[in-house]
Design a protein around this ligand. Structure first.
Ligand code: IMP
Ligand code: MG
Length: 187
């Protein structure tokens, strides 16, 4: 796929970090592991919008179990590449999670502030269990410890885009996960 659409912007779409084949293979492994772990349970997958939506749609199709889904949206104030720590709920769940085995689906775990907020918020609603699957983990920037039960890939301290991950709402449609360089330069 061409990555030249936004050449007018001061952003450079950099090297592929994880290609679509590697992502597909890993998502399949995660789905198999989750299906194994949740046999006989009341699996309810909650996607954190919007970044996790593409991961979520692939992941649920790789889980060979009956399951239900819901969506929640959070945002933080401030710059697009930095988490300010202020998290706000933009869209709540449609359904109650009381008594359900909830698995939160996140695109990337960075400072941990988003998940920390969501775990506290959801725990207070009495799910039977509450776990987290994150496609990517950027441990170098963690500000707060959060329990993460399933991780797709560990990534270095770079800003990444594609496969649902955005910069200012752009690049979510890239099939591979790539590094974004700000400040222009040649590709
Ligand atoms: P945290 O609260 O710092 O853990 O931030 C998590 C959220 O920040 C993710 O759900 C992403 O939306 C966003 N984020 C963090 N790092 C990146 C990145 O490298 N690329 C795109 N989005 C990111
Ligand atoms: Mg985002």
């Amino acid at each position: 796929m061409s990555v030249a659409w936004y050449r007018h912007l001061n952003e450079t779409v950099g090297a592929v970090l994880l290609d679509s084949q590697a992502i597909r293979a890993r998502v399949g492994e995660l789905g198999a592991q989750i299906a194994h772990d949740y046999q006989g349970k009341n699996l309810h997958l909650v996607a954190i919008l919007k970044g996790a939506c593409i991961f979520f749609s692939d992941l649920i199709r790789s889980i060979d179990l009956g399951l239900t889904t819901d969506f929640i949206a959070v945002g933080s104030y401030g710059e697009s590449t930095l988490s300010t720590g202020e998290v706000r709920l933009l869209k709540d769940l449609d359904e109650s999670i009381e008594g359900r085995d909830v698995l939160l689906v996140e695109d990337i775990l960075d400072t941990g502030l988003t998940l920390h907020y969501l775990l506290q918020n959801l725990e207070s609603r009495s799910p039977r269990s509450l776990k987290v699957v994150a496609l990517l983990n950027k441990p170098s920037r963690r500000k707060i410890t959060v329990p993460v039960d399933y991780v797709g890939f560990e990534v270095p301290d770079r800003f990444v885009i594609g496969y649902g991950l955005d910069y200012d709402q752009r690049y979510r449609n890239l099939p591979d996960i790539r590094v974004l360089q700000l400040g222009g330069g040649s590709t």
